[in-house]
Design a protein around this ligand. Sequence first.
Ligand code: NAD
Ligand code: UDP
Length: 346
Amino acid sequence: MKRVVVTGGAGFLGSHLCDALIQRGDAVVCADDLSTGRLDNIDHLLDLPAFTFAHMDVSEGLEVSGPVDVVAHLASPASPPDYHRSPLGTLAVGSRGTEHALRLAAREQARFLLASTSEVYGDPAVHPQREDYWGNVNPIGPRSVYDEAKRFAEALTMAYRRSVGVDTGVVRIFNTYGPRMRPHDGRVVTSFITQALNGDPLTIYGDGSQTRSFCYVDDLVRGLVAMIDSDEPGPVNLGNPHERTVSELAAAVVALTGSSSPVEHHPLPVDDPTRRRPDIGKARAVLGWQPRVDTEEGLRRTVDWFRTRMDEVAAAAPMVAGEQVGGAGVPAASPVAAGPVAVGRS
Ligand code: NAD
Ligand code: UDP
């Protein structure tokens, strides 16, 4: 049994990680400021003796009493509208928050897991992305608050490994989806599912030819746990290598939901990566990990979960002041020119 501190443990991925750790008998301290996470996600854990919730901003500090075996640092906004809404907070949690989490790991001689991201590859000039590719990131664009915060977090983690001797592990997570995502978090899977279930147009940014590779949450969490249990420093890519275009994803969601929603094209956000697919050879080799759930099955499970929350799905999407990208009801993705550019049927 381990005692694991999970920062960002009330979020989408963090809450599933807390579940997996509790299920196997670990004790968990979940540290979260609830900025993008929700108590609902961990409600079923709150009364368990093995689970503690600490409402705190890890950019301000991370004090945990008692022994700690693992610090899993997931705290950070992850959805583009979330990090555009809080650019300074995103930089703070990637820098100061990561340092507080590393200091705790150093003091407790704990294993440290950093949840980094495929965004460290930026708009990749190498495809698929292997861990030895250094990336192509615009350091001053609107996405840089997230990309560079994570790149700094990786650098800080490696420095604590080399100069302080902390047992660190870095994973680079590629687009992951599943139950407990906020219906209006603005990420593409949630946007398409809520739009399809509401009979609203699916908002495709750009011409829809950009690609992503979507991993189901259960697979991803198995990879996080494998990384916690290993002494592998990483970085290790975790993601599903099945690549598809955004238009293909829209068509798959429309088919799965039986929706008659049309698609509606909006301007592409600034610096939106044109393609993304993980090479997971290293994860296979060092963790024995690979995804098991194919995208259709994962999307079906996610749609089923959203169908049980139709009140929330049907509620109006929140707007971000000054960042609205298009027609009414469209949540912001990043600062771009306003107005839909084309409407068509998927
Ligand atoms: P999420 O927004 O659901 O979860 C993030 C959690 O961190 C939330 O509970 C939020 O309240 C908390 N948080 C944010 N700032 C905090 C702070 N200063 N102090 C304490 N808590 C704070 O997002 P997610 O998809 O679950 O992402 C979790 C982690 O995985 C993030 O670090 C993200 O960068 C990384 N990641 C996720 C994906 C993905 O596709 N889901 C892809 C790449 C990387
Ligand atoms: N996207 C889209 N419509 C949406 C939301 C996103 O076409 O309503 C696109 C977005 O431009 C990007 C891809 O879908 O090309 C994935 O976006 P997401 O925000 O989910 O993740 P990220 O860009 O961080 O990979």
